[in-house]
Write a protein that binds this ligand. Structure first.
Ligand code: GTP
Ligand code: MG
Length: 442
């Protein structure tokens, strides 16, 4: 996600990197480029205007620090203002007496039913007892879909078939939860092709019947600005407490994610990053901003690793990421495990310095590149993997031959690996990933 925007912004920063000082005319030039990049990424024009204005004020104001290079100054400002635009971190309001009702609303096919399962799974991991309620009675398959997901995850689903009105089913579902000790109820509701009065009336009736603590709109990020309009429409009609953007994995532009909080005033709480029920991320504006700027997202990476690997492996990865002590041997081992963590292009985006490698290539190409990388490392001797420094040109030739690649590819891999080590060393200096990075900027 965000590949194109990341690439454009990095090109702006790269050009800036060559400058010694930042004049006011340079600032204007850079801001024009940033503005264009954001508009091309389908960010709402008002959000872009405001964003650029804030950066301009700060850039030509008193804030310029002599200790930072122009590129660093601009990256720092863009990073901070991006966080500001993205809003607050996603947190569910699960306070007060239970059961807490979370109502999922949204247009047809936006991912509500899938999200009910993802959230239930997520809540169970943090020691909650969720109950899913099948409140979509319009499509016969909708109930079965939720029940199948429930069975897969071994999580309970409450349903009453298709012939009871949804507000009644939801009321009964909450009663069932109370009687049987479930503390969170997730209501899956019906979607329509577009916002219509019948749909809003029904959602309103459900709201009145069960008083949800959270009314979350599930919106398809791939629809871009349309997702923003849909969010504004729902918020106006029934009042939302949060947004969930799904299919972030398929959205290369990312404009919806960047604009929706600023346009609607409703905070983003989660991101859906794939079809599987573990493809869920809690929304962290700082991490997303880092990812958009191509700085990686070590914290999310570590969390995914924790969910995929066992405790000991995760700690080892964290240690190695932080002190940058890992060599190509670890790199290979991690590679093979990382494959379990999700699509490779997503993972690469989170590794500082590697995001660029994943840019502009389809995940298929990335997968092929990964096979090459694996083959290259496998063609090295153990000694070479531990100290890549010893790789001279005859060794590289042998490795290229052995892996069916070229010396250029071997060199490219080594360069990426060195860059990654360098970035990680910088990140490792701070207590928490990005904070270390920001400290580096001053
Ligand atoms: N790539 C990707 N696909 C997703 C994501 N979330 C859901 N999907 C897919 O989108 C399709 C629709 O998802 P559903 O959960 O059935 O959507 P819904 O909002 O319940 O749809 P209706 O009940 O018809 O209104 C399914 O094929 C899901 O697998 C996501 O984050 N990424
Ligand atoms: Mg559904």
């Amino acid at each position: 996600m965000f590949e194109n925007l990341t690439e454009k912004l990095q090109a702006v920063f790269d050009r800036l990197g060559k400058r010694g000082i930042l004049r006011e005319s340079d600032v204007d030039q850079v801001l024009r480029e940033i503005r264009l990049a954001l508009l091309e990424a389908d960010v709402h024009y008002k959000v872009v205007k405001d964003f650029v204005r804030r950066i301009r004020e700060r850039a030509i104001g008193a804030e310029i620090t002599k200790s930072l290079s122009p590129a660093q100054q601009v990256i720092k400002l863009v990073h901070e203002e991006l966080i500001q635009t993205l809003g607050e971190p996603g947190r569910l309001q699960l306070t007060g007496p239970g059961p807490h009702v979370i109502m999922l609303v949204g247009l047809q096919g936006s991912g509500k039913t899938t999200m009910a399962a993802k959230l239930s799974r997520h809540l169970r991991q943090s020691a909650h007892l969720p109950l899913m309620v099948a409140g979509d009675t319009y499509r016969p398959a909708a109930i079965t879909q939720l029940e199948v997901l429930g069975r897969q995850l071994e999580l309970p689903v409450y349903s009453e078939g298709q012939h009871v009105p949804p507000p009644q089913i939801c009321t009964n579902g909450v009663r069932e939860a109370r009687q049987r000790g479930y503390d969170v109820v997730l209501l899956d509701t019906a979607g329509r092709l577009q916002i219509d009065q019948d749909m809003m009336d029904e959602l309103e009736a459900i709201k009145e019947a069960v008083h949800p603590v959270e009314t979350l709109l599930v919106a398809d990020a791939m629809t871009g600005q349309e997702a923003v309009n849909v969010a504004a429409g729902f918020h106006e009609h029934i009042g939302l407490t949060g947004l969930i953007l799904t299919k972030i994995d398929g959205d290369a532009r990312g404009g919806a994610a960047i604009s929706v909080r600023a346009v609607t005033g409703v905070p983003i709480k989660f991101l859906g990053t794939g079809e599987k029920t573990d493809a869920l991320e809690v929304f962290h504006p700082d991490r997303l901003a880092s990812r958009i700027l191509g700085m990686g997202d070590v914290l999310t990476l570590i969390e995914r690793a924790e969910a995929t690997f066992d405790e000991e492996q995760a700690q080892r990865l964290e240690r190695k990421l932080r002190d940058a002590s890992f060599d190509l041997e670890d790199f290979l081992e991690q590679f093979q495990q990382i494959k379990q963590m999700g699509p490779l292009s997503q993972i690469l985006d989170m590794v500082p310095g590697l995001g660029r490698m994943a840019q502009d290539v389809s995940s298929e190409v990335t997968d092929r590149q990964f096979k090459h990388i694996e083959a290259i490392i496998l063609s090295m001797t153990a000694e070479e993997r531990r100290s890549p420094r010893i790789l001279n040109s005859s060794r590289k030739k042998r490795i290229a031959r052995g892996s069916g690649t070229s010396v250029e590819e071997v060199n490219a891999l080594l360069k990426q690996f060195r860059q990654m080590q360098r970035m990680m060393k910088q990140l490792g200096k701070g207590k928490k990933g990005m904070r270390g990075m920001m400290r580096m900027f001053g």
